[in-house]
Design a protein around this ligand. Structure first.
Ligand code: HEC
Length: 192
């Protein structure tokens, strides 16, 4: 019985709210309701391949998911100067964005510098990260060729690929990063 009473009270409050909303907002609330109805009706509708492909851009460590395209170090240098240096510094030394270049041999020191060159285990992650998130102020605005080129420049300045390197999917996946062997499996949640 107390349950039924509570239900009646809540029902009455809701009815009161709805009628005052209707009278104050009129047409606007009708439009909002129609939009809401549409989005609720869409739940359960399969997402099409085209809509999904815009989100499906992850690259695996072994290079699966890398797109066609290619870029060289010199082109990457020009892109970096125009679109990255303002935040990462002209030489990738770091400003408001992370240091991307240097730090080799510092990981075991008191002042470790974790950069793409000194720390990252896979070159393929560089493509994924830049394509997904950079430039910070305009993510996903670079073409695949531009991402390959700027990746080539960052790798070159870290001493990982030569000045005349041209990077594509196969070349990126074949690179062995300096700190590749520096990661160990984390035993948690077992005993530490
Ligand atoms: C407006 C500033 C800005 C611009 C422009 C910018 N970045 Fe960044 N970048 C950042 C910030 C901030 C971070 C750190 C983001 C975070 O940790 O969430 C970052 C992180 C990164 C990282 C990861 C570094 C790490 O060790 O975790 C890479 C790689 C990178 N940026 C590359 C680029 C490239 C390449 C460009 C140009 C195409 C670029 N960024 C342009 C601000 C910027």
């Amino acid at each position: 019985m107390p349950g039924l009473l509570a239900a009646l009270v809540v029902g009455g409050l809701l009815a009161g709210c709805a009628s005052s909303l209707d009278s104050t907002h009129g047409a606007q609330s009708a439009a909002t309701n129609a939009q809401w109805r549409q989005s609720v009706d869409a739940i359960g509708t399969p997402v099409g391949e085209a809509a999904l492909s815009a989100w499906n851009i992850d690259v695996a460590p072994d290079g699966r998911g890398l797109p066609a395209g290619t870029g060289d170090v010199a082109t990457g240098g020009r892109i970096f100067a125009a679109k990255c240096a303002a935040c990462h510094g002209a030489k990738g030394e770091g400003l408001i964005g992370d240091q991307l270049i240097g730090g080799a041999g510092t990981l075991a020191s008191a002042n470790p510098k974790r950069t793409v060159g000194s720390y990252w285990p896979y070159a393929t992650t560089l493509f994924d990260y830049i394509r997904r998130a950079m430039p910070y102020n305009a993510p996903q605005s670079l073409s695949a060729d531009e991402v390959y080129a700027v990746s080539a420049w960052i790798l070159n300045r870290n001493g990982i690929v030569p000045d005349d390197a041209r990077i594509d999917a196969a070349a990126l996946a074949a690179i062995r990063m300096p700190n590749h062997a520096g990661f160990v499996p984390d035993p948690r949640p077992g005993r530490l």
